[in-house]
Every structure is written in structure tokens, then in C-alpha cells.
Design a binder for this molecule. Structure first.
Ligand SMILES: N[C@@H](CCC(=O)N[C@@H](CS)C(=O)NCC(=O)O)C(=O)O
Length: 282
């Protein structure tokens, strides 16, 4: 019997945008995620692009604002869109803060109480969810790429850097590139991982590159009008770490674009085409 409960089923661009709930063993709560299956999935399994969203988001922001499904339909790609944190009444939260707790899981495995019981988002997006959707849905096992926005861009980068060979390609929009030194990252890492800043580096793209992560090309899109660029994102730190090692990074600075999904929507087609090309190689 399927462990997935389908709660929405919407036809879009010839394919199906579905929403599921399931009991997560790692996050110990009911989790919601969305999947777009392109028309090609009716004929047989397709490759998948995972999308990790940013602070305050659920699985709904990307699927309603980015316009990605039309491109995914043309390219024959599934989109797998998890939530950004564990959810529910029994899950710790800081309701007065948008940048800690529910909606702000930061894609780490928390080690500190009270967060550690549910906030296991790294294992959820990198292991539990892929195993689940590959077993239950028409996806080609192991054929996947990953992208994301802001906190989710950070998540995409660390998933690819920490799992050599697991993803055919990785890209990110306005990612938090050096979370151990920015306000958002320090707030969450301190709460979820404790005071030992050395432990934080295992979830920091800049630090992972500097520490010798296996090379995989990184594609990053960044707007110059992004209100969070000066204080939170630090792509220049990742670029410095990549330059020092000859690590492959394409950092595309886009004049005037802000941090919003208007920026994501402007370039998501290019990113999905990039992933489709990587996923179609033998
Ligand atoms: N201005 C936002 C800051 C958080 C934010 O900008 N979140 C981005 C990701 S870091 C986002 O995707 N928001 C949801 C949306 O634009 O739909 C707030 O105060 O809530």
C-alpha cells in the first residue's frame, strides 16, 4: 500500500501537478510536498529536478510563482518540491520570527533540543524524499538534479557538494552562499546545531568547497538589485573559495533583478534546460 496520500491533482501544461502528504520517519511529522509530472511521464519514468524553496515558503510558492511547469513539460522533467521545514502543532516554532523554526528548516539535521526531534531537513530532502518518490512515482531512480532559491539555493548547493555523484547538476538562485557568517545562517545554525561553529561548516557551501569537496559545476544566478545581497548571500565568498581551488563556478550577475520570484521566473527556463541537458547524458 502506498504511503503517499494525494491531496491535490491538477492538470497543467499537459501533465499533472500533484500534492502529497506522508508521515516522515526522519522529521517525525506529517509532511507535504508537490510533484509536477510532465506529459512524458504517462509513457514511462522521467528524470527529476528537485526544487528547494526559501525562508517563509511552503511547496506552494514555487509551483504558483516560478512558471516552471511549462518548461518542465517541454523538457520532459518532473519537478519535486518539498516543504521548507517540518510542520504541525507538535513541531517547535518561533511564530514571531520568519527566519527560525517552521518555514526555516535551513536543510540541516538539527542536533540541539528542542529542534532535533523534528528538524532533520537535510536527510529528508537528500535521502528520505528521493527514496519515497522514486519508489512510488514514475521517476527514473537516481536520475536527478537539484536547484533552489535563497535558503533553498544554499540547500541545493550543499546537497550536491555533500553527495558526490548523487545529482547530475546543481544550480541556485540568489543562494545563501556562506551561511556561517550571515545573520540568517548564524541564527538558524546556532539554534539547530549549537555553539560549535566548526560543526556549522558541514552545511556551508563556501566552507565545503574550501575543505576540498569533489568538484561539480555550480551554476548561480544572482540579481544585482537583490535587497539581501549585501548582508545575507555572499556569493563573492563562494567565488573566492572556488577560485582558490579552480572549482567550476558560473556566477551570473543579472542587472537590477531583486530577490523575489519575479527573478526566479525570469531565468527558471534557462536553468531547467541546463538540468535537462545534464540529465539526458548517458
Ligand atoms: N521579505 C520576506 C523575507 C523572506 C523572503 O524574502 N523569502 C523569500 C525566500 S528567502 C521568498 O521566497 N518568499 C516567498 C515568496 O516570495 O513567495 C519576509 O519578511 O517574509
Amino acid at each position: 500500500m502506498s504511503t503517499l496520500e494525494r491531496i491535490e491533482h491538477i492538470k497543467e501544461s499537459g501533465g499533472w501537478l500533484d500534492r502529497y502528504q506522508h508521515d516522515s520517519t526522519g522529521c517525525r511529522c506529517r509532511m507535504t510536498f508537490s510533484v509536477y509530472l510532465p506529459p512524458q511521464a504517462a509513457q514511462g519514468p522521467v528524470p527529476a529536478v528537485y526544487w528547494l524553496s526559501g525562508l517563509t515558503c511552503t511547496d506552494d510558492n514555487f509551483r504558483t510563482k516560478a512558471g516552471a511547469q511549462r518548461y518542465a513539460a517541454e523538457l520532459g522533467l518532473a519537478l519535486v518540491i518539498p516543504d521548507t521545514s517540518p510542520r504541525g502543532d507538535g513541531v517547535p516554532d518561533e511564530p514571531e520570527r520568519y527566519d527560525l523554526g517552521q518555514g526555516a528548516g535551513f536543510y540541516v539535521n538539527a542536533t540541539q533540543a528542542p529542534w532535533s526531534e523534528h528538524y532533520q531537513m537535510y536527510d529528508y530532502v537528500a535521502r528520505e524524499l528521493p527514496a519515497l518518490v522514486e519508489a512510488e512515482l514514475p521517476l527514473i531512480p537516481g536520475l536527478k538534479s537539484i536547484s533552489g532559491h535563497s535558503m533553498g539555493g544554499h540547500g541545493a548547493l550543499i546537497c550536491a557538494l555533500k553527495h558526490p555523484g548523487a545529482y547530475r547538476s546543481v544550480s541556485a538562485f540568489a543562494p545563501i552562499c556562506h551561511p556561517t557568517v550571515c545573520g540568517w545562517g548564524e541564527g538558524c545554525f546556532g539554534a539547530y546545531l549549537g555553539d560549535d561553529r566548526e560543526a556549522w561548516k558541514a552545511y556551508d557551501a563556501t566552507e565545503l568547497v574550501a575543505a576540498g569537496a569533489e568538484p561539480i559545476p555550480l551554476l548561480i544566478e544572482q540579481g544585482t538589485g537583490d535587497e539581501f545581497l549585501p548582508d545575507q548571500l555572499y556569493p563573492q565568498d563562494l567565488q573566492t573559495a572556488c577560485n582558490a581551488r579552480g572549482f567550476p563556478l558560473t556566477l551570473r550577475m543579472r542587472d537590477d533583478y531583486d530577490h523575489s520570484y519575479h527573478f526566479v521566473a525570469s531565468f527558471i527556463g534557462e536553468h531547467l534546460a541546463y538540468h535537462a541537458a545534464a540529465l539526458s547524458k548517458g
